[in-house]
Each structure stands twice: as C-alpha cells, then as structure tokens.
Design a protein around this ligand. Structure first.
Ligand code: TXA
Ligand code: MG
Length: 322
C-alpha cells in the first residue's frame, strides 16, 4: 500500500483527484489548497457551489492550523472523537485553504477520519484534503471502491481501495462556530454521546425523524422509490404495489412472516449497526434489480439508528408519493 499511498499523494499534489476510503463512506479528495482541483471536485460531482466541502486532516493537532477561535466544546469533541466519524464546523483561519472549499464562508468543516489508508494519505500529503462523498450529487454515497468506480468512472484519477466502510453512513456534523454547538447532520456519532461530551444537550438542526415525503431535500436517492413503512403494514403495502405490476423490495431488520411471494427481500441486516453498514449497498442493489419500490422498515432510533432513519427519510423524499 505504501507505494500506492505515495502515488496518490503525488496525484493530489499535481492537482488530481483521488478517491479514498474512510470509516464512514468513500471520499473524492482534492488538495484543499488547490482552487482548480477543488473546482474539479464540484464539476465531477455535479455539486452546486454553495455546498461546502469537508477538509480531512491527519491529526487533531492540525485543528489550529485551519481554525481560529476554537471553542472549548469543539476542542472536547475533537479530543474525544478524532480520528472518527465526527465533522466539526469551526471558524476558518483565512488563507489556509482555497476559498472554493467553503464557498467563501468564514467557517470550515474539519474531520480526522478513522481509516488507516486515509490517515496514511493525509500524512504523506502533509496538508488538508477537501473531500465530499465520492458519488454524483444527490445519489447514494459509496461504501466500497467498486461503488466509486461505478459512479465516477474515469472522472477520478485514482481510487484507493480500503475495503467496505465500517460505519456506512456519513459523519455527524456539529456546528461549533456558534455560541451553542448544534447538530447539522446525524451520522456515526450519536446525539447522546455528543450531549455527554459537551456537557449539555446539543440542539439538533436536522430532522432525526421520518418526515412526510417531499418535505426534505432530495438526497441519498436510488432510482427506486423508497417508502418508509411500519413492520405491520409491509404485507398490505407490498400487496397493493404488486397488484399494480410494480417490482417491490423490502429492507428490514427482521422481515415479518406471511409476506407476498413476489416481494423481493433485500438481504436483511441483523441490527442497526449492520443496517447503517449495508444501507447504501442495498439501495444500489435495488437499482441493479430494477425494483420500482423499496419498502423500508426503520431500525430502532437509538445509537446509529437515528442516522439510518435520517438517510431513509431523505431517500424517501426523493421519490414520488405512493
Ligand atoms: O463522512 C463524511 O462526512 C464523508 C466522508 C468522505 O468524510 N463526507 C461527506 O461529505 O459526507 P459531503 O460533501 O457529502 O457532505 C458534507 C456536508 C455537506 O452537507 C455540507 O453542506 C456540510 O458538510 N458542510 C461543509 N462545510 C460546511 C460549513 N462550513 N458549514 C456548514 N456545513 C458545511
Ligand atoms: Mg454526500
């Protein structure tokens, strides 16, 4: 791997794009100081320029290189959670990265990923790597190198393969640039853990619950329509979609008994952690199997379950109303 890491760092230094594994999802990386390379990331993703990008760092010691006025809460969170699935939005130390990374904002999102390949790359490069998830904008995030290649093809110069992502959903984002920290996105670190580390309840500016389809921004969407259902309703809902000639799949921890024979059961996760790990792969499989509808039964809402529920709701928001 070392030769490959050296090559990947050289590609980044030359202004190229490198996809790399993290414990959450794969990232599409560019040297954060290279404006042209960062612009290419937006172009490849098809991402609007007002969606800023996370800067990945090799160590929590780099926090003050890129940030100013770091709050005690931000320091506590970085100390406890890095390397790990937590992104902190802090005040940017001006001039340390290309302004395209933050869309000209006064804040920057920073994270130290807990993956040996990512850390080796970041150490070898010796500066921050701006990296969104390595998928086209609005689509399902990649949790394997094969997903990245399928999505981005030749638009990425090098793909580092670090195996399937251990967590499977994106990092939790906490805005620490405000007086009181607030959760912008639920992910690999749950709300109860943040409350304990900050020493007070951390406000959630995100929805942790399943909302009505259409009320959330389209995101994390496969081509199939995702519909979040209660376990007790699966049989009835499946029957009515099947009666209309639609191809229907089910994603659930414990698929209930007595389901219609034509319902395709996507390989079931055993618990919420596994649900997070396999969610995006299963949504991709739904598309490969050309399903019209995925009925999803949410996991329990604690731990990573809340992040899975959030992603299911966003996937569902992308589809048409049932
Ligand atoms: O797990 C992850 O976070 C993955 C891996 C690759 O690190 N990355 C990821 O990046 O999910 P992306 O680009 O798909 O999502 C980054 C989110 C976006 O919603 C963006 O709006 C937010 O971070 N963000 C970035 N900079 C920000 C800032 N300065 N203020 C507020 N939000 C910011
Ligand atoms: Mg993304």
């Amino acid at each position: 791997m070392t030769a490959e890491i050296r090559e990947a760092a050289a590609v980044l230094r030359a202004g190229g794009l490198v996809a790399f594994p993290t414990e959450t999802v794969y990232g599409l990386g560019a040297d954060a100081t290279n404006a042209r390379a960062v612009r290419r990331v937006y172009a490849v993703k098809g991402r609007p320029p007002d969606h800023p990008i996370i800067v990945h760092l090799a160590s929590a010691d780099d926090l003050d290189t890129y940030a100013v006025d770091v709050s005690a809460a931000a320091r506590a969170l970085a100390h406890a959670c890095w390397p790990g699935p937590l992104t902190l939005v802090v005040r940017l130390r001006e001039g340390t990265i290309a302004s395209e990374v933050t869309g000209g904002r006064a804040t920057v999102a920073l994270r130290v990923p807990a993956h040996p390949v990512a850390l080796a790359l970041l150490e070898e490069l010796g500066r921050g790597v701006a990296a969104p998830s390595a998928n086209r904008f609005g689509r399902v995030s990649p949790t394997t190198a094969a997903h990245v290649r399928a999505d981005l093809g030749d638009d990425v110069d090098l793909v580092l393969d670090g195996g399937p992502a251990a967590i499977g959903v994106e990092s939790t984002i906490v805005d620490c640039s405000r007086l009181h920290p607030a959760i912008l996105r639920l992910g690999g670190v749950d709300a109860a853990t943040l409350d304990a580390l900050v020493g007070e309840p951390v406000e959630q500016l995100t929805r942790g619950e399943v909302a009505a389809p259409g009320t959330l921004e389209r995101h994390y969407s496969p081509a199939a329509r995702v519909i979040v259902v209660e376990a007790g309703d699966v049989a009835d809902r499946a029957t009515s979609f099947l009666a209309r000639g639609e191809r229907v799949g089910l994603l659930a921890i414990m698929p209930p008994a007595g389901l219609p024979a034509d319902l395709e059961i996507l390989r079931a996760p055993g618990d919420a952690d596994e649900y997070a790990r396999v969610l995006y792969a299963r949504l991709r499989e739904a598309d490969e199997h050309e399903l019209d509808v995925v009925l999803a039964v949410a996991p329990p809402p604690d731990g990573i379950g809340a992040a899975v529920i959030d992603r299911l709701a966003r996937s569902a928001a992308g589809g048409r109303l049932p």
